[in-house]
Design a protein around this ligand. Structure first.
Ligand code: GLC
Length: 737
């Protein structure tokens, strides 16, 4: 089994470097620049429109062409009708599935299961490569701590360690194949870097990230992707500290090439080389081309500026032919490592069995669901004692909406909706009264409320499918108020008057601010956008055939004004504690401008999230006991072993994600109050116990320090283990100088 991008274990490159040099010696400047040129085309005459340029070697990759017959025709021209026969990179955003759609990446992250994430990427690669695609623009590993930002949906959450582990698994899923590579996709780590810090959660907005924050929070997942062998990177649209990422020699040369020794290819985001002009950073496209080529962008995504302006820059001597050869060599290396140069790229692998894909999508959806609330054991529902349920809400039966954002090729006809799954599961046993109640989640028309209430009154329980449609998250789809859109909160309150249990199932692409309505739910399952098989996963979880195991990869704010909110915050000089918080409603009428609290909190929201990072309930209970370290003092270069006993103290089998957090108490820079450093998913039968073991090396405690070097520092550390980021089951250890 090999990673199609990895150089062979012996470190030799199977002669790739000599083959690259040989090609470069024979290519004209126009043909070299062609490898840096990515084009798109649409309509009925794609082949005719692109044939001349491909035949002349002026195109190295295409994007958003998905007809396998057209792709094969274009590849045939590239391989058999051009001088050097270099195949095309066929690019597509295969983000969380192709025709069969897995949960959103933020949902997959809630599984905390690298094997599930890897398997979803593997199936996506098998489906997409069967239709000619060979390059995907995933994983998106932007640390996302502001749920106003629509692209949190395609992220793996707020934490650098979790995002790094799962992002690496996604890279391997796309690129590693048991069958030698034809069913792989070249992966792309994006968006490099710091895109998730877009100011105010508005997409494409400016970012300002101090180097220590950039290196300790935003860059680690990208380094993990490099270590996983990712073939390509994509630059971010955003500027960072005044320099657009697409022109940042600090990011693209200093960090990516010099420090990380990345030798794949970097693609600009959509037209973002030209956008250097729009940023007001470059005077014109010629200067933008110079900046990007000098900083280290290999491929110009659909902008055409490299094709138009690189020749003159080379003739002027502003960009050397050596620099062009470096850029082109990186692109050719990607094609060689992907096996494109050594196989018939028109021989497409077979489509994986649909049931295999559906079963994987279902397993991923099951593990992505997070049980956030379950008052009085409302869930699981019991089909033997229930006679009827009211299934209400605008998202109970929306096969396309449940797929979520970034599903250009998703086949909504394959979707099994929650309503369909419940009808199938409960046929002949439990009556279902289905009332939509609202046209969309954004509707303001309450005309369907009474019919919904009537159904609730006639039923034993209410299952309410609410949230956001897919269009309300994803690229460019940001919200300033991240409560439930429209009048959904009013619908919940209206239904409560029926006096029946109300079970909420939220489908959304972001954490929503549910603080104002959380008490309206007796139970609450967060389903994200769960993909093709979201329906069966939700139905099985509602009725206990599946025991929920998901854990939050992002913190949930109580209200929109709390964001950005995340668990790994800094202590500050005036940390808030429960006893220092004063709530606005508790301020006495006679209060004067006295000292209120004097710690870091909001008068109307406190300082804690509604639900913390790592949180998720189960239908069983887990007990953590006997936390022990093998020693409490280690030296630099040594490891400490932490062990805990996990017991399933409940009545049903279940899976728990055991999480290990540390805190570096005193350091040359202020450090987060908690940092996730290990986690493990453990499945236990009722009454079963298991000793869970984690090893931490001092390298795991390294960070970018005040002296601008990486390393751990001597001193005291807290260590906690538990079922979420608020666990107080802790101990301590020291790195001795
Ligand atoms: C988009 C996105 C990027 C995507 C690219 C190609 O604008 O920013 O994530 O891969 O263009 O579709």
């Amino acid at each position: 089994m090999g990673n199609a991008q990895e150089v062979s274990a012996a470190g030799n490159d199977n002669g790739i470097e000599s083959r690259i040099r040989d090609l470069l010696e024979r290519m004209t400047l126009e043909q070299k620049i062609g490898q840096l040129n990515q084009v798109q085309a649409w309509g009925d005459n794609i082949v005719e429109s692109l044939a001349p340029a491909i035949r002349a070697g002026r195109v190295g990759s295409v994007i958003n062409i998905v007809d396998p017959n057209v792709i094969n025709a274009l590849q045939h021209i590239a391989v058999h009708e051009s001088e050097h026969g270099i195949p095309l990179l066929i690019a597509r955003d295969v983000i969380h599935g192709y025709h069969t759609v897995a949960p959103l990446p933020i949902g997959q992250a809630a599984s905390w299961n690298p094997e599930v994430v890897r398997a979803c990427a593997r199936l996506s690669a098998q489906e997409a490569s069967a239709f000619g695609v060979n390059w995907t623009f995933a994983p998106m590993i932007d640390i996302s701590r502001d749920p106003r930002w629509g692209r949190i949906a395609e992220s793996l959450g707020e934490d650098p360690y979790l995002t790094g582990v799962l992002g690496a698994a996604m890279v391997e899923g796309f690129q590693v194949s048991e069958t030698g590579g034809a069913d792989t996709l070249v992966a792309c780590a994006k968006h490099f870097a710091g895109y998730g810090a877009s100011e105010a959660g508005r997409d494409y907005n400016t970012t300002n990230i101090p180097e220590n924050e950039l290196r300790n929070v935003y860059l680690p997942p990208f380094f993990a992707a490099v270590e996983a062998g990712v073939g390509t990177f994509m630059t971010s649209f955003s500027d960072i500290d005044g320099i657009p990422a697409t022109a940042s020699d600090f990011l693209l040369d200093q960090v990516l090439r010099k420090e990380w020794s990345f030798d794949g290819a970097v693609v600009s985001d959509w037209d973002s080389i030209h956008q250097l002009v729009v940023h007001g950073f470059s005077e014109n496209d010629v200067e933008a081309t110079y900046e990007a080529a000098t900083a280290g962008v290999e491929i110009d995504m659909i902008g055409g500026v490299y094709e138009r302006h690189l020749p003159e820059l080379v003739h002027q001597g502003r960009v050397s032919m050596q620099r062009v050869d470096e850029l082109v060599g990186n692109v050719l290396r990607v094609k060689f490592r992907a096996g494109l140069m050594d196989r018939d790229v028109t021989e497409l692998p077979s489509v994986p069995p649909r049931m295999t894909a559906l079963n994987m999508a279902r397993e991923a959806a099951e593990q992505s669901l997070v049980l956030l609330r379950n008052e009085h054991g409302t869930l699981p529902l019991n089909a033997e004692t229930l006679s009827s349920i009211a299934v209400i809400g605008p998202l109970a039966d929306e096969p396309a909406e449940q797929l979520g954002t970034w599903v250009f090729d998703g086949d909504a006809e394959r979707s099994v909706t929650p309503l369909a799954a419940l009808n199938s599961m409960l046929e002949g046993t439990v009556e279902i009264r289905h009332v939509r109640g609202l046209e969309t989640t954004r509707s303001k028309d309450k005309g369907g409320f009474d019919e919904a209430l009537c159904a609730a009154e006639q039923s034993d329980a209410v299952v309410l499918f609410i949230g956001e449609e897919a269009i309300l998250s994803g690229e460019a789809h940001c919200r300033a108020d991240i409560t439930l859109p429209g009048v959904q909160e009013d619908l919940i309150r209206h239904l409560r008057s029926a006096g029946k249990p109300v079970i909420g199932v939220v489908l959304a692409g972001r954490p929503l601010a549910l603080g104002g309505i959380i008490d309206g739910f007796d139970a609450l399952i967060y389903a994200w956008h769960p993909g093709t098989m979201g329906g069966p996963a939700i139905a099985d979880t509602l009725f206990g055939r599946v025991v929920p195991s998901g854990k939050l990869p992002v913190s949930f704010p109580t209200m929109s004004g709390q964001v950005p909110i995340y668990y790994g915050y800094k202590q500050t000089g005036r940390p808030a504690t429960p006893d220092t918080v004063i709530h606005i409603d508790e301020i006495p009428a006679a209060a004067t401008q006295t000292s209120l609290g004097m710690t870091t909190f909001h008068l109307d929201a406190g300082y804690e999230p509604l639900f913390p990072f790592g949180f998720g309930l189960s239908y069983t209970d887990f007990a953590y006991t006997d936390l022990a370290l093998d020693r409490h003092h280690i030296r630099m270069g040594e490891s400490v072993v932490a062990e805990i006993t996990l017991t399933n103290s409940g009545a049903v089998a279940g899976a728990e994600v055991v999480q290990l957090y540390i805190r570096d108490r005193f350091a040359s820079l202020t450090r987060p109050i908690r940092e996730l450093k290990r986690f493990e998913r453990v499945t236990l039968e009722p009454g079963e116990s298991r000793r869970v073991r984690f090893e931490l090396h001092t390298d795991d405690l390294a960070f970018f320090r005040r002296n601008k070097t990486y390393g751990a520092e001597p001193g005291a550390f807290d260590l906690w283990i538990g079922g979420d980021s608020t666990t107080d089951l802790g101990t301590e250890f020291h790195i001795d100088a």
